[in-house]
Design a protein around this ligand. Structure first.
Ligand code: ADP
Length: 750
């Protein structure tokens, strides 16, 4: 058969169960990947019910049907719970509706219920088809052509409650909503010295609660995974009293929906509030956040991550062979992963049993490696009293390099976690120059109250760093202030300066104190770590700004060139382009050439001629010396042939000034705890390594600064290999509508 005579494979995508922000990005990616690969794409409206109903609830989608949907909350193709799909009769109709359209591949975005239901459907499929042939509703040829149903699932759930993926689609946006609410409550609570008990969603999962408790500076949490023993009320009251005694003006308790005590009795927020009112005499209010958590625009993460998942899910069903096992498409450490769907569902469904058996470790482990760590960090930073006896160690903290949102959360985390470990903490004001000037002041538990929320950085930062000639001066300053260890929270400047100083430790015994480097930079250009503190906030600020630009531009035909920060690292430009669905991205790593600009202009003009109203290019500030943002604006204007206007927008410092996201706050605090633990080990064993936070063997660990040059290009100021660079193909594929008809995809023999 000639390729053009081949049957086009067809897939359908649907969103089911509870809605969540980011589902639209998945739908877009599935549809466009299918079309770009020569398959037909269908969208099923109203979830599994749409499969049963058929008719115009199963619609063929073209490239433009998924344009301009990524920034919308919820799901544009609708979702529903379907009683009909639970019945075989309903699934029989669903099978007929699919086969009639030639569809035998499904991408389902939903919770474990939807994924289970779909897998049952897959299992029954051959039998359903036999029945439809027997009743004459399908011909034998039709059935024969679609003998097997292929499934891939992605989890849409704000709860982050699924085994097999680090994050579910919507959880990050929900954290944005929760933190907005908690920040607002915190200011009124502090004004009135009130206590607030806030209920956070997550039926069996405390993920949102734990992360938002760290990010929001809560005193106490109750989560489903840990059913408190009788007497938990005493612990709660003691914790709140200790907080007040240490200087807090308010109390904040987060309670996950679905908490029970050891006897299986539900713990409601009102019960918690009553305990606080009666036993501590505090004016206590309850806030149930409810569906607000599902609402609003998706965060940057809930645009790029579901995009990658949708792309992978479409490929999964298009490439599947005869022995295909339904797969769950997930994400782990910024990489798309796959796992047998029903294995993931079974492991997820086992968790409530572990909780009921009070197997806390089992339940926490099932939630993934970072969950237990986050609980440990929260416990460390929320107890004002030291948990460990005094170590007699003084840890100095300073910033170096550019400002990164979340620096304050990292310092506050380090101070409180450090105090819990029995250390004395000193804040060094104004970076390295501050250390040399002697601007070193003790930081107590109460001194950092409210810092997690604050943008900017309270200690101040400086791009001025000590040159090797100043080694003796540095050594003297460390000794003068009796600093036994140093925690440096910053970016490239910090890393580069300490890298140069590190070999001088032999000559200068005063430099022989352990130093930990915590990555904080909006540029996200540091070695060892894929997402430095501040990068997520900057990305969200860029995405918000571009959302506004898009709206402002919609009244007329416009091409925009948006310039992002990042120096020679393209992370911000690339990830924001992927998150927003930009048509073009210009990076220093992949600089614009004349030939490329020629092709881009031709495509832009053709697009506007065909009816396009908006075109977006994102340019990294140092993408090219000659082809500047202004050059691009002029070039595009000259070539626009009067079809469209062109505007350039340099985003500038709004990228540094955002209120830190929950992710940046919680990860800042968690990394600070890792640094404190490592510094503690160094001091106790009399060592003085200088190391930076890094992933080693898939775990959060540290790497030696002296070997940094192996993986880090000091001149270009970026890692030699950057994880996101391999996403270029996905970005290109989803941004560019195929200009030629795509040959039908040759599919695996099934
Ligand atoms: P979620 O997908 O968010 O977990 P639900 O558990 O409500 O949400 O499931 C959504 C839909 O999936 C249900 O309304 C039903 O149509 C379908 N479903 C769930 N479980 C099954 C099952 N065991 N058999 C068939 N369909 C199911």
């Amino acid at each position: 058969m000639a390729p053009s005579e081949q049957r086009r494979p067809a897939l359908a995508v649907l969103t089911s169960g509870g809605d969540s922000q980011g589902m639209n990005a998945t739908v877009r990616a599935v549809v466009r990947t299918a079309i770009a690969r020569g398959a037909d794409a269908y969208a099923v409206y109203e979830g599994l019910q749409g499969l049963v109903d058929g008719g115009d609830r199963i619609r063929r989608f073209d490239w433009d049907d998924v344009s301009g949907i990524m920034h919308l909350g919820g799901t544009v193709i609708g979702t529903a719970r379907s009683a009909d799909f639970r019945e075989r009769q309903g699934r029989l109709r669903a099978a007929r509706n699919l086969v009639e359209r030639g569809i035998d591949r499904l991408v389902v975005v939903g919770g474990d219920g939807s994924l289970t239901g779909t897998d049952i459907f897959r299992e029954e499929w051959p039998g359903l088809l036999d029945e439809l042939v027997a009743t004459g509703e399908l011909s034998a040829e039709q059935a024969e052509a679609h003998r097997q149903l292929i499934i891939a699932g992605a989890v849409g759930s704000i709860d982050n409650d699924m085994v097999g993926t680090d994050k579910t689609i919507g959880a990050d946006s929900a954290m944005h909503r929760i933190i907005e609410a908690i920040d607002a409550l915190a200011s009124t609570a502090a004004s009135h010295q009130r206590s607030f008990v806030v209920e956070v969603m997550g039926r069996h999962c405390g993920y949102l609660t734990v992360l938002c408790a760290i990010a929001g500076g809560a005193d106490y949490i109750l989560i489903p995974e840990v059913r408190p023993a009788p007497g938990w009320e005493d612990e709660l009251i003691a914790r709140l009293r200790a907080g007040r005694a240490a200087g807090r003006r308010d109390n904040l308790v987060l309670v996950a929906e679905g908490c029970h005590d050891r006897s299986g009795t539900p713990i409601t927020p009102q019960m918690v509030a009553d305990v606080i009112t009666q036993r501590a005499g505090e004016d206590t209010r309850v806030t149930i956040l409810g569906h607000v958590q599902r609402g609003g625009a998706p965060s940057a993460y809930d645009r790029w991550m579901p995009t990658l998942m949708g792309h992978a899910a479409a490929n999964e069903v298009l490439d599947a062979g005869r022995d295909h096992v339904s797969q769950l498409i997930g994400i782990r450490g910024n990489r798309v992963t796959r796992m047998p769907l029903m294995e993931a569902v079974a492991l997820t469904r086992a968790i409530p049993g572990l909780i009921e058996a009070d197997d806390v470790k089992g339940a926490m482990d099932a939630r993934g490696s970072s969950f237990a760590e986050m609980v440990r960090v929260f416990e460390g930073i929320s107890k004002p009293e030291p948990v460990f006896p005094s170590q007699g160690t003084r840890i100095g903290i300073l910033h170096a390099g550019g400002l990164a949102p979340g620096m304050n959360a990292a310092v506050a985390g380090a101070v409180r976690f450090g105090i819990s470990r029995g250390h004395d903490i000193s804040g060094i004001h104004g970076g390295f120059p501050g250390l040399l000037r002697g601007d070193v002041r003790p930081l107590g538990w109460a001194d950092v109250e409210g810092w997690v929320v604050r943008p900017g950085c309270e200690l101040g930062t400086s791009r001025t760093t000590p040159a090797p000639e100043q080694a003796a001066e540095m050594a003297a300053a460390l000794q003068e202030h009796s600093l036994d260890a140093l925690l440096v929270i910053g970016g490239h400047r910090a890393y580069a300066a300490l890298y140069e100083l590190a070999p001088l430790r032999e000559e200068h015994p005063g430099l022989q104190v352990p130093v930990a480097l915590l990555p904080a930079s909006i540029d996200n250009n540091l070695p060892g770590w894929e997402m430095s503190v501040g990068a997520d906030t900057a990305l969200n600020e860029i995405v918000k700004a571009i959302d506004m630009i898009r709206v402002a531009a919609s009244a007329s035909r416009r091409a925009f060139v948006v310039e992002t920060m990042g120096r020679r690292c393209g992370f911000l430009a690339f990830l924001s382009a992927l998150s927003i669905g930009a048509e073009e991205v210009y990076l220093n790593e992949d600089p614009p050439t004349l030939a490329r600009l020629n092709a881009d202009v031709a495509e832009m003009v053709a697009g506007f001629r065909a009816g396009r109203r908006f075109h977006l290019s994102v340019r990294n500030e140092e993408a090219s010396e000659g082809y500047t943002t202004e050059f691009l604006r002029q070039l595009f204007t000259e070539e626009s042939q009067g079809l469209f206007g062109v505007r350039a927008q340099i985003l500038g410092h709004i990228q540094q000034g955002g209120t830190p996201t929950a992710f940046d706050r919680a990860h800042g605090a968690a990394l600070a705890a890792t640094c404190v633990d490592w510094l503690t080990g160094q001091v106790l064993s009399g060592r003085h390594d200088w190391r930076y936070i890094a992933v080693v063997d898939d775990k959060v660990s540290t790497a030696s600064l002296t070997k940094m040059g192996d993986t880090y290009d000091l001149e270009a100021r970026r890692p030699r290999e950057q994880w996101w660079m391999e996403l270029g193909e996905v970005m290109e594929l989803l941004a560019k509508r195929p200009t030629e008809p795509v040959e039908p995809l040759a599919t695996a023999d099934r």
